[in-house]
Design a protein around this ligand. Structure first.
Ligand SMILES: [Zn+2]
Length: 454
């Protein structure tokens, strides 16, 4: 017990790690068990996967070393840990679609706690970034759902991608991922899947999960094609999609003609301090491309001219009516798309989550189930970052995220605790090392942990 620890104000405890893990567990327990007389319950095995990614262990073997860890029971409710081969075999048979509702279960209290209100971006809508990412590639290891591509040297590469989705806002670094859609060979299909088909499935499922959530979807230039725009419209989603001169010559031609005819409107500003200037140009009601004349879009161009004469240009199409009063905000929404790439995929790859690391591939669903569990662990961490002051203090104290995860892993393995919150408290307020005398008397380590400030 730390006598000097100040009392921590704990608003919205239902958004803290331990409460969210409990919600996840409840969902996992509802999933139907297909196996007869299983050695390990499905819910426990899925929780073991979540614990693996919450602790960011670098391998299943490292996780296995925790097999007798008291804290796996108290923090994750695990009575025991399946062996790595049991874990791989059980998760390989889990239908990835069964994991979708758990993302909604985590988002719901975020919504109830009014946190989501911060993310309203424009016209009462949330900004939703969508993008595809590859998380596995091999020339040998493969499963029934691998995509394939012929490489230059004639060999075949097997790979997996997923379509990530996250609620984002330019003012906040935290992203709130929704259930991703696997881009993979569908059951019984011999053809590769593609991002456009995955987006169609994702949008249909999104509207089932969140029938009334008003969103503006923001994506890169690969998405600005007529079939996808129709899918977005069918799902009642607004959009701000990147466009490129090289890919959309007909659209840019109309814009140039609009400039000549003085139909393009704009807003300009000059930074007198740096000499840089910015312009936002727009014209409503252009045709997206020549072969789909009926698909009308509004066009926005943002230009930045630096004092050294270098210039940058960004362009988007949107269904939002663009005016002088909102053109900057529309462009800002378009530029926030990078958060799915930077704050989500790059964080998963480079900040301790081991995304794209092969924890096991399986014959059926293992690769994608592990990817979904990792995304779920990331969502819970993002909610901590946004809503748990103690987590933020712990992070601030440790500096880089990897340092924080390292300390969490160390404390988790070294001291008995009853919650993750206790570990954050121990990081923030310190912990008392066991005394020699206490060790001689074989005092349980838990008595030496100073963490509970309640
Ligand atoms: Zn595969």
């Amino acid at each position: 017990m730390l006598p000097t620890a100040p009392v921590v104000r704990r608003p919205r405890r239902y958004l803290h790690f331990d409460a969210l893990v409990q919600r996840v567990r409840q969902r996992f327990q509802k999933l139907p068990e297909q196996r007869r007389a299983p050695t390990f319950a499905l819910a426990d095995t899925l929780m073991a996967g979540l614990a693996l990614f919450s602790l960011k262990d670098p391998s299943l073997l490292a996780f296995q070393r925790r097999a007798l860890d008291h804290n796996l029971h108290t923090v994750f409710g695990l009575p025991a840990v399946p062996s790595d081969s049991q874990m791989r075999a059980i998760l390989d048979d889990v239908d990835p679609a069964a994991l979708r509702p758990v993302f909604r279960d985590v988002l719901r209290p975020v919504q109830r706690g009014k946190v989501l209100e911060d993310y309203v971006f424009l016209n009462g809508c949330y900004l939703l970034a969508l993008d595809g990412v590859e998380y596995f590639c091999s020339q040998q290891v493969h499963c029934a759902h691998c995509l394939t591509r012929q490489q230059r040297n004639g060999t075949v590469a097997y790979y997996h991608q997923l379509l990530g989705a996250a609620l984002v806002h330019p003012d906040f670094p935290e992203v709130l991922p929704l259930a991703p859609e696997p881009i993979q060979r569908q059951d019984g299909q011999h053809k590769n899947d593609c991002e456009r088909n995955a987006a169609r499935r994702w949008l249909q499922q999104f509207r089932k999960d969140h029938p009334h959530l008003p969103v503006i979807v923001t994506e890169d230039a690969l998405s600005s094609n007529a079939p996808h725009v129709r899918d977005l419209q069918a799902a009642h989603c607004h959009f701000i999609l990147g466009v490129k001169r090289g890919d959309h010559p007909y659209l840019f031609e109309q814009f140039e003609q609009g400039l000549l005819a003085d139909q393009v409107q704009g807003v300009h500003e000059q930074d007198t301090r740096t000499g840089a200037s910015r312009s936002w140009l727009f014209v409503n009601g252009l045709r997206l491309n020549e072969s789909n004349q009926e698909v009308l879009v509004n066009f926005v161009m943002a230009l930045e001219f630096e004092a050294d004469d270098s210039a940058h240009e960004w362009t988007w199409v949107t269904d939002l009516g663009v005016r002088r009063g909102n053109v900057r905000q529309v462009a800002r929404g378009g530029r926030t798309r990078w958060r799915i790439e930077n704050e989500t995929f790059n964080t998963l790859k480079n900040q301790g989550y081991h995304f794209a690391h092969n924890y096991g591939h399986g014959d059926n669903h293992l690769a994608v189930v592990l990817a979904l569990l990792m995304m779920l662990a990331f969502l819970i961490d993002q909610v901590q970052q946004k809503c748990n002051p103690l987590f933020r203090q712990a992070w601030h104290k440790k500096g880089p995220k990897c340092e924080l995860w390292e300390t969490v892993r160390h404390l988790f393995a070294s001291f008995e605790v009853s919650s993750m919150q206790e570990i954050y408290e121990a990081i923030v307020y310190g912990y008392v090392r066991p005394q020699l005398q206490a060790l001689d008397a074989q005092t349980p380590a838990s008595q030496a942990v100073a963490s509970d400030t309640s």
